[in-house]
Design a protein around this ligand. Structure first.
Ligand SMILES: Nc1nc(=O)c2c([nH]1)NC[C@@H]1CN(c3ccc(C(=O)N[C@@H](CCC(=O)O)C(=O)O)cc3)C=[N+]21
Length: 292
């Protein structure tokens, strides 16, 4: 069996970022600088790294980014007040609250407080509801990024059997919905699914989003399947590894995404994309006002 085609998320992400940068330049000519606010609570090192990456990526394409750092002990009310203030700040088109949040804060309440117009993560109940209904909205960045990877790799989705491993609100669940909207037959699996390999073996497309290193092995994969690895785990040497045993699975998959350099860079790319979309919307609303 020949080796799989490796889907290069870094390269595809760069290509999309180039066209997002062009949109940013156009907006600037019209006097608008897209702005993203990132709220970081506490000093979790992994979260700090992600947030720094997001800021660097914004900078690289001319998006203004503002980091709001709050102490671990911040009250829920104070965090909500920050979000409400950003909801009304005209320089800010996107608001992202870095997850996870400390235990004393109600994540659902926080996310629901972000104005749906600025919910570039696509996590709010309004965004999720619209996505389910197939209405225009901000799509969650990771599943959206996976859809772009499949599109760029020219993988047909209609009629294919997609098996999602993992059912998180931010990856697994929306991933299945987006694939369903493209006419895949979708199966959700999770930690309580008995005999997982018997199901994943039927998949034309596997999306692994379990959060367990090297969880998906060759026993899980039908020869010729497309394998998308959403996992971000650290091994004992602090090296980034996915949910898929890459060395094993690349021998029989038709396409596979690496970690790093697969889905991760696409997540940030779609965040930039959503932020610019939001800025573009304010422009068309301004015009409407002026025409009145
Ligand atoms: N409100 C919120 N929105 C998020 O989108 C969000 C979040 N909270 N909390 C944490 C997770 C994690 N996440 C990643 C994004 C990009 C990479 C990424 O670009 N990874 C690179 C490698 C980076 C490295 O080497 O550390 C890659 O896979 O190639 C990873 C992880 C977004 N998250």
């Amino acid at each position: 069996m020949s080796n799989a085609m490796i889907i290069n998320g870094k390269e595809i992400g760069q290509e999309i970022r180039k066209s997002v940068a062009e949109e940013v330049a156009k907006l600037k000519e019209q006097g608008i600088t897209p702005g993203l606010a990132v709220i970081l609570v506490g000093d979790n090192p992994a979260s700090q790294t992600y947030v720094r990456n997001k800021q660097k990526s914004c900078e690289a394409i001319g998006i203004y980014s503002e980091l709001i750092k709050l102490p671990e002990e911040v009250s829920e009310e104070e965090l909500l007040a920050q979000i409400r203030s950003l909801n009304h700040n005209d320089n800010i088109h996107g608001i992202l609250v870095q997850l996870p949040l400390p235990g004393h804060i109600n994540e659902d309440k926080v996310i629901a407080t972000i104005s749906p117009e600025k919910d570039v993560d696509g996590f709010s109940p309004v965004s999720v509801g619209k996505m389910m209904l197939g209405q225009e909205t901000y799509l969650p960045c990771t599943p959206y990024g996976v859809m772009k990877l499949l599109e760029y790799a020219q993988i047909d989705i209609a009629g294919k059997h997609a098996v999602i491993v993992g059912r998180s609100h931010i990856v697994g669940k929306p991933m299945g919905q987006l694939l369903l909207q493209k006419d895949a037959t979708v199966t959700y699996t999770h930690s309580k699914t008995p005999d997982l390999p018997s199901i994943t073996k039927q998949a034309d497309i596997i999306v692994a989003a379990v959060g367990r290193p090297n969880f998906i092995t060759k026993e899980h994969v039908k020869p010729g399947a497309v394998v998308i690895d959403v996992g971000i785990n650290r091994d004992e040497n602090n090296k980034l590894i996915g949910d898929v045993n890459f060395a094993e699975v690349e021998q029989l998959a038709s396409h596979i995404t690496p970690v790093p350099g697969g889905v991760g860079p696409m997540t940030i790319t779609m965040l930039l994309y959503n932020t610019v979309q939001s800025a573009q919307k304010t422009l068309s609303q301004d015009k409407k006002h002026k025409n009145m």
